[in-house]
Ligand binder design. Structure first.
Ligand code: ADP
Ligand code: MG
Length: 686
């Protein structure tokens, strides 16, 4: 039997550039493609009649092109009308190339898949996927669901799909089942091969993603086992590794006495815990949890000042450049009077600026370096890095922690790590999510914060809400209007934010309104955010890009749309953007009627509480089966397919199995860790 090679280049359509993109997704061999799992599915197994389409569903239709033309409605777009004899539907494209425009000719038949929406002219689709059908051939429909994979810029979904399907053909038969029979039968799991096949090419019945199918249970269990064992490895390894003992605190004392506020008791307590970790010659591995606005940054600043005092460098890693910039501003306020120099590593630096900064970092002239993950991706050489602070990462799981240790390690010395998050994880799940980390919690907000009243109301009250916003603006306050990310299509989210922006600009003609969403360039995003911060804007329409970190104390009102579709923790995070100054604040959560009972209970939780831990516990409790949230538990967990809240009930059993597995099958357990979280370890040579 000929066994196909496992390298990526032997796949059809993979050259150096595609290989690069795959590497960015942590895919290095074909087998890795098998473990690149879909985040959702599309049902393209049937064709719907246009005449029978409802709004706001995903559907596939076929029709003849009646008309295709460029129109200008504020901006250029390509408008295509199709008919299947039962009705007419409009397709709109805001981005398209000449080739696409010319190809969509009148008289051709196309098949398209997308989300329907209702417009004044009838049902339409924005940016549907489509193919032009060849009438001389039979155009088969797939008999399995179409997977949608997480991808990266420049790697099209269709391309990735074809590569994974090739890899399944080549490799699935050789995939090694690493879990011993004893364990799979104890946990009631089917074969890995079957599980992978069903996950990549599921039958239509599997569309219900919230319930745990046998295939999914198999993969979830593997991932949770790998994660547990990975954490144990990190914990063991960190005990044997050396770090620099940092114990000079004079500058920290100065920093504290210069602060315009008193530290809260909670801040003092966690700062004490961090201080004592830093004083040891063993790397700190600590998670700092604290609600939004609880003042984590100043705690990080104190830790960095200790490193500085001892003559060593620190880095602060933020999830976005915007937050990195904000950190730079805040830290400079505190550090400049103490003579501590910071540097901001931005992607947009001009070559000479960048060279100057990297030289300062290498020489040690720059002692505190702020940036995004580029801090470790690029060829930055640190003189003597002793402390890494990671702020609010959306995905910072075991894999990332491994990788950070590897990248930051220098002459056998590992930096201390402080990972900060405002996403409180229910205590019951804490061990699973980050059993390898020590845990510090800031449990109170600074006093003197404005009160926030939260009101949940149906969308029909929109007019009153706009009037309320107007009154706040007239009092000199500012307003956030959030159109949260409700699905993976960024185009669709942009559409909804842009539509809201237009409506509000029309309703509030005398006020300055801005817009920020994920599709804007970094420059434009920054500009909108900093204009809002400097009060050059009164109201900011935003997607969830403002979820973390942004600090505008004058903002006293937030409106959140589609509240019923968001996780409670996420709502809590969003709301934490207001109530940061002394003003009384208002959070208005709009929902679409009718609301189910669970949805009502959930909104009641968020309305009545501002305690992030309580909210996260309730979120977990109220996730009944069938309640589709669409949002994974975010934060420091970073799992691919397991969802610690959905899958919590598996965990006690898994923990038990882990001991046995690690002891009796050391080789297999090692391989399992590599398979699920280990590309960092595999290929970058720990
Ligand atoms: P988060 O924990 O959400 O990151 P930040 O560190 O951004 O919160 O702090 C929010 C704001 O509160 C900042 O303006 C910060 O300077 C301020 N702050 C921090 N600690 C205190 C305190 N003890 N008393 C008053 N204000 C504080
Ligand atoms: Mg913060």
């Amino acid at each position: 039997m000929k066994i196909a090679k496992d390298d990526l280049r032997s796949l059809k359509g993979v050259g150096p550039s595609v290989e690069d993109k795959l590497n960015n997704l942590d895919i290095f061999i074909q087998t890795d493609l098998l473990f690149h799992l879909p985040s959702r599915y599309e049902d393209r197994t049937s064709i719907k009649k246009i005449g029978a389409l409802e709004a706001d569903i995903e559907a596939q239709v076929e029709g003849e092109i009646l008309l295709s033309s460029m129109v200008f409605r504020g901006r250029r777009m390509l408008m295509v009308q199709i008919s299947d004899g039962t009705g007419i539907m409009t397709l709109r494209f805001f981005t398209f190339n000449k080739y696409q425009k010319d190809a969509l000719k009148k008289g051709l038949t196309i098949r398209c898949f997308g989300k329907t929406r209702k417009a004044t002219s009838g049902i339409e689709m924005i940016h549907p996927n489509y193919e032009i059908l060849d009438p001389s051939k039979k155009n088969h429909l797939p008999n399995t669901l179409t997977p949608v994979y997480p991808t990266t810029q420049g790697l099209a979904q269709g391309k990735l799909r074809s590569l994974i399907s090739q890899a399944l053909n080549n490799r699935l038969d050789n995939i090694q089942d690493l879990l011993p029979k004893k364990i799979t039968s104890e946990l009631g799991l089917g074969s890995l091969k079957q599980a992978l096949k069903e996950t990549h090419q599921p039958k239509k019945e599997s569309l219900d993603l919230e319930t745990l199918s046998p295939a999914k249970k198999r993969l979830v269990t593997e991932e949770l086992i790998a994660n547990q064992i990975g954490m144990r490895q990190i914990k063991r390894a960190s005990k044997n590794q050396s770090a620099i003992a940092l114990n000079k605190t004079a500058i920290k004392q100065q920093l504290i006495s210069n602060l315009p506020f008193e530290l809260t008791e909670s801040q003092k307590k966690v700062e004490g815990e961090i201080c004592s970790d830093l004083s040891l010659a063993q790397p700190m591995m600590r998670l700092l949890q604290g609600d939004v606005g609880s003042g984590k940054t100043v705690v990080a600043a104190m830790a960095m000042s200790i490193a500085f005092d001892s003559g060593f460098q620190s880095v602060l890693m933020a999830p976005t450049e915007l937050l990195a910039e904000q950190h730079k501003q805040n830290l400079d306020q505190w550090f400049e009077p103490l003579g501590i120099k910071t540097g901001l590593l931005k992607s947009k630096l001009k070559a000479p600026e960048k060279r100057a900064l990297t030289e300062r970092i290498a020489s040690g002239d720059c002692q505190i370096i702020i940036g995004t993950h580029a801090l470790f991706q690029e060829s930055i050489e640190y003189k003597n890095l002793s402390l890494v602070v990671v702020d609010e990462q959306h995905r910072f799981g075991v894999e990332q922690r491994f990788s950070l240790i590897n990248k930051a390690k220098n002459n056998g010395i590992v930096p201390h790590q402080l990972i900060m998050t405002a996403t409180p994880i229910p205590r019951t799940l804490a061990m699973t999510a980050y059993g390898d980390l020590d845990n510090s919690i800031i449990s109170e907000l600074p006093s003197g914060r404005g009160e926030i009243s939260t009101l949940c109301t149906s969308e029909d009250k929109r007019k009153e809400v706009v009037e309320k916003a107007q009154r706040e603006i007239e009092k000199g306050r500012q307003v956030y209007w959030v159109c949260p990310l409700i699905e993976e299509s960024e185009d669709h989210n942009r559409e909804s934010a842009e539509a809201t922006f237009k409506k509000l600009s029309h309703d509030l003609p005398n006020h300055r309104i801005g817009l920020v969403h994920g599709k804007l360039s970094a420059d434009k995003k920054n500009k909108a955010m900093s204009d809002f911060k400097e009060h050059k804007l009164d109201l900011l329409v935003a997607t969830t890009v403002i979820e973390v970190g942004v600090d505008v104390p004058n903002a006293s009102m937030m409106v959140i749309e589609n509240t019923e579709r968001l996780g409670l923790s996420q709502l809590h995070q969003l709301r934490g953007r207001i109530g940061r100054g002394e003003h009384k604040s208002f959070c208005i959560m709009l929902y679409k009627n009718p609301l189910g009972d669970t949805a009502k209970d959930r909104l009641e939780v968020i309305r009545s509480s501002r305690d992030g831990f309580y909210i996260s516990e309730k979120d977990l409790e109220l996730r009944g089966p069938g309640e589709i949230l669409g949002i994974r538990q975010k934060g420091v967990v970073g799992l691919k397919i397991a969802d610690i809240s959905r899958d919590a009930y598996l965990i006690p059993k898994i923990n038990k199995v882990c001991d046995q597995f690690e002891n009796d099958f050391p080789e297999e357990s090692e391989k399992l860790v590599k398979r699920w979280i280990g590309n960092q370890i595999n290929y970058r040579n720990v």
